[in-house]
Write a protein that binds this ligand. Sequence first.
Ligand code: C2O
Ligand code: CU
Length: 453
Amino acid sequence: MNRREFLASTAAMAAAPAVGAVSAQKLRLAPARLHLVGEANPSTEVWAYNGAVPGPELRFRQGERLRIEVENALGVDSTVHWHGVRLPHAMDGVPHLTQPPIRAHGGRFTYEFDLPDAGTYWYHPHLGSAEQVGRGLYGALIVEEREAPKVDRDLAWVLSDWRLDRQARLAENFANAMDASHAGRIGNTVTVNGAIRETFAVRAGERIRLRLVNASNARIYGLRFEGHETWVIALDGQPVEPHAATRVVLGPGMRADLILDCRGAPGSAHRVIDDFYRNRAYELLKIQYSAAQALRERFDKVPTLPANPVARPDVARAHRHRIVFGGGAMGVMPSQREHRGLFWTVNGRPLAEHHHDHGDTPLLTLARGNSYVLELVNETAWHHPIHLHGHVFAIVSRNGEASARMEWGDTVLLDPESRAEIAFVADNPGDWMLHCHVLEHQASGMMAVLRVA
Ligand code: C2O
Ligand code: CU
């Protein structure tokens, strides 16, 4: 290489998006080694998009068109699902239902679709998800409002957990029967944006928009920001009337946008605690204030985000269906003679990921354009975050009690032995997954297909 070629190639390198940059228009799946538990400790072999966990934070503006070329350099097939985005069926990333798998060892697929809604979304594989997400394949997809509210910083915390041994190696027992029939694979190491964090640095007087994404296979978070008032402005990407929350609960797949006003004193530190599981509280990290004097003394009113163009269901005249989730340890599990390794049911029947007949047997067929209320009934002793593809729904009630405020989402967390009603307009044609986002539950029967025709 002569000097000119060298200069040309370094210029090209400088122009290429760095790993983790916002402008990546390509996603390449490949193994990588990353320091999840600190540089001083051994690294961990993971599977990654563009060499990073989480994968690159993709940022677009509402109304823009996303176009991303995916190359699969893993030794297993994969797909990319754009969780929460209302997109055309062919772009939904569900193998055999919406597209053929992206083959191992170099398969490619280009995703291209418009982004109708602003909000915080994420992407992940929808094939062998328990293993593929568990090994590190996920990233945030952020769609900014046309006129975003003014904040000093807008950033995402992608939360995930890992089951590591003492050498920081991943336990290989993905989707084992014990995890699958109980609470799922809950790890022993929680990371924020791919690493254990001691602190999150802030400056007094800052207003931060914090986008939380729960990318864990199974762990539910209940976050408390000590010494701070946290205002929730969006759930699952959809605007909600701003309200203060003392604890932000996020099941797998769910997101929350918070406004964090840094009212602490310069130099002070405040813990962020996750105490979702009883007697298992731990400190996620500390919010560490720099010594710098406050940027401002008074904060503007917490902004209300503009609504997305989601059709409002006519709840009074909607068609109604009841969907019962059953099975699991301490419940009535499918017969292991007929349904080996399937522990969960939807309306009495388990659906296996490797049955490629999803599309032939929808649980329900919904008439396009009509409003529906689905009563989701959890008859099990376990939590289930139930996720619907292709649509955004309103959570109308929980356990028979009307919701306090209009709450939209794509995933609703059902407590053990509880129920919720969701309402939506079936306005997106195709066969759409409805499943538990505890990925071990999904893999062992807790999924179904809704057809909109
Ligand atoms: Cu986030 Cu069907 O998935
Ligand atoms: Cu579940």
